[in-house]
Ligand binder design. Structure first.
Ligand code: SF4
Length: 358
């Protein structure tokens, strides 16, 4: 009988511990120590070959070799922007492609990771939204994006280069809730990657039922892709608003902040003559007063074939000042990696769902 090896990166710390207890001939009291050792080799040192796992008994190494696959996904292409942003096009084992982006700045390094290949939500200003939904990423495919980026950046030392991780790449993370949740538990595990909840942000287009669930079960920072302050406008640019209205979003965000005690980041991309008027800014101020929030204003990044245009510098400044004067926290996010289509809303790969041919 051939043994099909499991992908190591699909295992949470608790899963690994249980697996070792069930499959390795170890005394229960040795299981914790062995889980720790293996976890550290993989997630603290970045080893992906069992031969690198020193100080383990030969039998344990043979078992690991037989039962697990530690393979990294492949880098198909790498682009470096003139501002230092790096975009990797990664090829999964099933040949699908995802994009992962590293955005360095003065005091932090942010890795933006994908949770799906394609997206079902079809937000009109987003390049990924024009790509057909292919699949949810597995936990290992999500984790692998981080490991590959750490390899590439030489980020296995004590001083992290990737300081923050944001689930803002391709896809809607809450439509892949379980795998995203498990990947975050791996990120947070102190024996390994050891990211605190305050270093991780999950972004949603507004999947209302999952927002409350995430407050209880995931507990990271939350970013809401809002992009419009009223239902009529939001429905035009974000079809998900037909299902979940702004009133429902406000309720779920209020509930989230009561549980999570942190402000929610509202993402708002400024589109010329669409959502950048004084009236929109006033409506947004009212909305922001409904629950603890901070606003990220984002300059629109064009992509081939898009019909929207970025707001003028003057309109951006007026919008920003109106919000600022109201006393709410607002930041104007500079566009990064635009020249390599690595900026917010620009990610898209050529993966398409394979149709069955009869
Ligand atoms: S903005 Fe996010 S949710 Fe909307 S289409 Fe793009 S990837 Fe999907």
């Amino acid at each position: 009988m051939t043994i099909v090896s499991k992908n190591f990166y699909d295992f949470s710390y608790a899963d690994l511990s249980k697996f070792i207890l069930d499959h390795f001939s170890l005394e229960p009291k040795q299981v914790g120590m062995r889980t720790n050792q293996i976890w550290k080799f993989v997630y603290k040192k970045g080893f992906s070959e069992v031969s690198q796992f020193s100080n383990l008994p030969i039998e344990t190494k043979e078992n690991l070799q037989k039962l697990f696959n530690f393979k990294r996904i492949t880098i198909k292409e790498k682009k470096i922007s003139k501002d230092g942003t790096i975009k990797w096009l990664l090829q999964l084992e099933d040949q699908n492609l995802v994009e992962t982006v590293f955005i360095p700045s003065e005091n932090r390094g942010t890795l933006c990771i994908s949770s799906q290949v394609g997206c079902t939500l079809n937000c009109k200003f987003c390049h990924t939204g024009t790509q057909r939904m292919v699949k949810n990423l597995s936990t290992s495919e999500i984790i692998n994006q981080i490991l590959v980026a750490k390899d590439e950046l030489g980020d296995w030392g004590t001083q992290k280069k990737i300081t923050n991780i944001v689930y803002m790449g391709m896809g809607e993370p809450f439509y892949n809730f379980d795998n995203v949740k498990k990947s975050i538990s791996i990120l947070k595990e102190i024996h390994g990657l050891d990211y605190s909840s305050k270093k991780i942000t999950v972004s949603t287009a507004g999947v209302v039922p999952e927002i409350i669930k995430a407050a209880n079960e995931i507990g990271t920072y939350l970013a809401l892709s809002l992009h419009a302050p009223n239902d009529i406008l939001r429905e035009k640019i974000m079809p998900i608003n037909k299902k979940y209205k702004i009133k429902d979003l406000i309720e779920s965000c209020s509930a989230y902040t009561k549980i999570n005690k942190e402000k929610i980041f509202l993402e708002y991309v400024l589109l010329k003559d669409v959502n950048d008027s004084e009236e929109c800014a006033k409506q947004l101020i009212k909305l922001m007063s409904s629950f603890p929030s901070k606003l990220n204003l984002i300059e629109f990044n064009a992509w081939p074939g898009v019909s929207y245009q970025p707001s003028s510098t003057d309109a951006v400044q007026k919008f920003y000042q109106t919000i600022k004067k109201s006393g709410h926290i607002v930041t104007l996010r500079k566009s990064r990696g635009e020249d390599i289509l690595g900026a917010c809303g620009q990610l898209k790969t050529e993966s398409e769902k394979l149709r069955k041919t009869i």
